[in-house]
Design a binder for this molecule. Structure first.
Ligand code: SAJ
Length: 458
């Protein structure tokens, strides 16, 4: 059996390798010629995924994995292209940038007022999905199975993919060809393992399509492969990331409350999580990545007046970088009052989360922009992103007035020594946005400001 995978990003390429390993002949397709050239020359465009380089080498060497910029006839087509979002509207973010009073007013406005008509802040850009669908339609023939893995707003598989394929080919879905949505659920940083061991939800457009897609996934997935309909599968995928986003929004709201009450939110959450049915996630500078920061909007766009909690959670998380700025401005004012205005800010971490080199929707990048807009000289360090890795950690920290920890890479835990950082900085001031630094930093004499940690006099 031949499988054609369209889109060779974080999902498509590892999937191509795993499917090849399961015994299929695979063609990986991407319109980005840099990716194709790199792969053809033995390179790899995805880093920090354990085992991926080895499995890719094996697949290419055995001759069963090829890459191209065009699809070919196949038995199974998988669409794994990105679904970016269109940013339509900035009112929410801007209005929350100012102060708590404005923020509270905005929060009190009904969702209906805020998201009236086309005023949705983000909507899914389905142009890549549509283009991939049209591209493969040329090669579709009777008996083929088409699988959409890209994350999409509910209804897309039926309303867009099925419609385009039937219109373009004259073939009938469920009779001449088969179509299912099989959302990916892998965690960046652990993709290969999760591709094989996670359970999969398979949404057939009709029963036969579901059966065929389930049989295909069972040939390489070791987790359970569960059949449902396409729209349910689309919603399930979005619910998973929305659940996590709402949980983090709650943690972030608790952090803001803790600052006002003089409580350490990280300690408080660890105590609350001792309850057997409570699991609050961690607060931080915001939620990034191409999944949690985007997917909830795909629900909001189809039911804006109903998805109230979801949009409020997005609002809380997407405005956390402004809160980091407020904390920083308090520090900058104190430094200026002491006659030592801030001349250099060292930002540690640019990626959206620990131990990956991905800066899509990264709150760290947002904070960097906000600081630059206010005229503060910023030096960014990130061991996983080439453009932020040219200076050594020592050079980034040297003569800095404020160090802001934005991404909790393990490497920082290993390499940042308080006494060394203390001696290198011009002023020993640290803003910790991730509950990262222990008490030894306070003991060393740093002025420590921690997001979510309020000061109490007793
Ligand atoms: N974050 C917090 N606090 C936490 C956990 C995360 O602030 O306690 C932040 C991270 O720093 C990051 C963002 O949330 O900025 C997202 O990180 P993540 O690790 O929660 O998720 P992703 O985006 O890397 O991967 C998610 C996963 N979804 C779920 O866990 C429900 C993954 O399984 C999905 O396949 C992936 O989205 C996707 O592709 O949709």
């Amino acid at each position: 059996m031949k499988v054609c995978i369209i889109g060779l990003g974080y999902i498509g390429f590892p999937t191509a390798c795993v499917v090849t390993k399961a015994g299929y002949e695979v063609l990986g397709v991407d319109t980005n010629s840099d990716i194709i050239i790199k792969l053809k020359n033995g390179g790899l465009h995805i880093i920090n995924e354990d085992g991926l380089a080895d499995i890719a080498r094996e697949a290419f060497n055995e001759g069963r994995l090829r890459v191209s910029d065009k699809p070919e006839p196949a038995d199974v087509f998988i669409i794994a292209v990105p679904t970016p979002f269109r940013q339509n509207f900035y009112r929410q973010e801007n209005s929350l940038a100012g102060n708590d009073v404005v923020a509270e007013k905005v929060a009190a406005t009904s969702v209906k007022d805020r998201f009236r008509g086309n005023d949705l802040p983000y909507t899914a850009d389905l142009s890549y999905v549509e283009r991939a669908t049209r591209d493969l339609a040329t090669y579709l023939s009777k008996g083929n199975l088409v699988i959409l893995e890209s994350t999409v707003p509910p209804g897309t598989t039926v309303n867009l993919v099925q419609t385009v394929l039937e219109e373009e080919t004259g073939l009938v879905c469920g009779h001449d060809f088969f179509l299912a949505h099989a959302p990916e659920r892998v965690l960046p940083g652990n993709i290969l393992h999760e591709l094989i061991y996670n359970d999969r939800v398979i949404g057939g457009v009709d029963s036969e399509s579901g059966e065929r897609a389930v049989a295909f996934y069972k040939s390489f997935v070791k987790g359970d492969v569960v059949k449902t309909d396409a729209t349910t599968a689309e919603l399930v995928k979005l619910m998973e990331n929305t659940f996590r986003d709402v949980n983090i929004a709650l943690a972030n709201e608790f952090a803001l409350i803790a600052e006002k009450l003089g409580v350490d939110i990280f300690h408080a959450i660890s105590l609350a999580n001792r309850h057997p049915r409570v699991n609050i996630l961690k607060p931080g500078p915001g939620v990034g990545g191409h999944c949690l920061a985007v997917d909830p909007y795909f629900i909001v766009q189809v039911v804006p007046e109903t998805a109230r909690l979801i949009s409020l959670a997005r609002e809380i998380n997407s405005t956390m970088p402004y809160h980091v700025m407020r904390l920083f401005e308090g520090i900058a004012t104190r430094c200026a009052q002491k006659g030592k205005p801030v001349k250099k800010v060292a930002l540690l971490g640019a990626s959206y989360k620990a131990n990956v080199g991905d800066e899509r929707e990264s709150p760290a990048i947002k904070v960097a922009h906000l600081l630059s807009e206010k005229g503060y000289p910023v030096v960014i360090h990130d061991p996983y992103i080439e453009i932020y890795n040219s200076l050594s950690l020592d050079d980034v920290v040297r003569r800095a007035d404020v160090l802001i920890l934005l991404t909790d890479h393990d490497i920082y835990r290993a390499q940042l020594e308080p006494h060394k950082v203390f001696n290198l900085m011009r002023q020993p001031v640290v803003l910790d946005t991730r509950g990262f630094f222990g008490q030894e930093w306070d003991a060393m004499g740093f002025e420590m400001i921690r997001l979510g940690v309020g000061k109490r006099s007793c």
